[in-house]
Design a protein around this ligand. Structure first.
Ligand SMILES: [Ca+2]
Ligand SMILES: [Ca+2]
Length: 367
């Protein structure tokens, strides 16, 4: 009969605080057994490990990703994600791209040539707005006047988010990087005056120039003003107007900053929705929004204010868990684990002190 041995079992309560004000979750009672090692560097042994418990806790706070292999159009996929989860996925870092590459089940994606899934990225093709923001000047809905030429805006080459007026007074969307002479605007109460500038600039340079020297780039509120612009502009030329739009946007409203396009993408003037293409490491390809594809949702769990975890450490050694260096080492490893699990937002981790001021307390137990 094997001799029974006594194990020195230490318990500790770990307090995880963070997130927004919101629902309080309590996971007290999570147990970790840590045993068989001389110090806290190695965590092995039967039962739940520190890693597993931290994973479970942080998954309550971290963004989760869900692949849906049923095929839907981009708009239907967006509705589905918003209903069941939070939104179509936002891929705002290489970390997220890596997670998606790891999670995708290629066998469920259809033919090998079509391993792509909708993500939340779309081109805001209807989002035209004026450089000048001044509600008193527009008085309601006169921001909506447009005088597009026939077949415009056509987003030729998938890169036309700025607007010029041609020699007939008609508007055309064009790339913002080309150079045109700007039409600047001076505003005096409700009155608009237009000034033709005689030097070539990109749209952004034109905007800065007009804002520095006049009120802004030209806003056109009605056909009478369109004629006024036409009257001052150089004949036989196309000139900048203040109308522009954002290009790519995330469905959940996040700013489009991180870029992960496949070579040569985006292309196609009417491909307003983006897919992650898993034959190319999940890089993005824009595609016609009406096609049906698998898609990826993300889910943001309820923000939490505080978790209390009770951790039990089983050890054979004589390491002093109330030694400050040991505690700080363990704490650092726990914090690192939380970061690896992408716990979002500000969080803090601290030990909960017992009534006697100690953090760890030992339980004598037979096993
Ligand atoms: Ca165009
Ligand atoms: Ca494309």
């Amino acid at each position: 009969m094997a001799a029974r041995k006594m194990r020195n079992r230490a318990a500790v309560e770990l307090v995880l605080e963070g997130g927004q004000a919101g629902e309080k979750l309590n996971v007290a009672g999570s147990r970790i057994q840590e045993g068989g090692s001389k110090n806290t560097e190695k965590i092995h042994g039967a039962g739940t490990t520190v890693d597993q418990t931290l994973c479970a806790v942080s998954s309550l706070a971290a963004r989760q990703y869900h692949f849906i292999y049923e095929r839907k159009t981009w708009a239907d996929a967006q509705s589905y994600c918003r209903e069941k989860y939070t939104d179509l996925v936002t891929v705002d870092s290489l970390d997220v791209a890596t997670i998606l590459n790891r999670k995708v089940d290629l066998t469920q994606m259809g033919s090998a040539r079509d391993v792509r899934a909708w993500i939340g990225l779309f081109e805001d093709i209807q989002g035209w707005k004026w450089s000048l923001v001044n509600n008193a000047f527009y008085q309601g809905f006169v921001t909506q006047y447009r005088n597009w030429g026939s077949g415009q805006p056509d987003n030729f080459g998938s890169n036309e988010p700025c607007t010029e007026m041609n020699s007939r007074g008609e508007w055309n969307d064009i790339p913002c990087e080309v150079t045109r002479k700007p039409i600047c605007l001076t505003v005096n109460g409700q009155t608009a005056g237009f000034v033709a500038i005689q030097s070539f600039m990109t749209w952004t340079q034109a905007q800065s120039y007009c804002r520095a020297n006049y009120t802004d780039l030209a806003s056109v509120r009605n056909s009478a003003e369109n004629s006024n612009v036409l009257a001052v502009k150089p004949s036989g030329e196309s000139n900048w107007l203040g109308l522009y739009r954002d290009t790519w946007k995330w469905s959940d409203g996040d700013r489009y900053q991180f870029s992960f396009w496949s070579a040569g993408q985006p292309d196609g003037s009417t491909e307003y929705c983006a897919t992650a293409y898993f034959s190319d490491s999940g890089r993005w390809r824009n595609w016609l929004c009406g096609y049906t594809k698998p898609f990826i949702c993300h889910h943001d769990p309820v923000p939490f204010t505080k978790h209390v975890m009770k951790i039990k450490l089983v050890r054979n050694s004589t390491v002093d868990l109330n030694d400050a260096a040991v505690q700080s080492d363990l704490m650092n490893r726990l914090k690192q684990k939380l970061q690896e699990n992408r716990v979002q937002g500000n969080f803090s981790l601290s030990w909960r002190k017992q009534v006697d001021g100690k953090i760890f307390y030992t339980e004598q137990q037979e096993d």
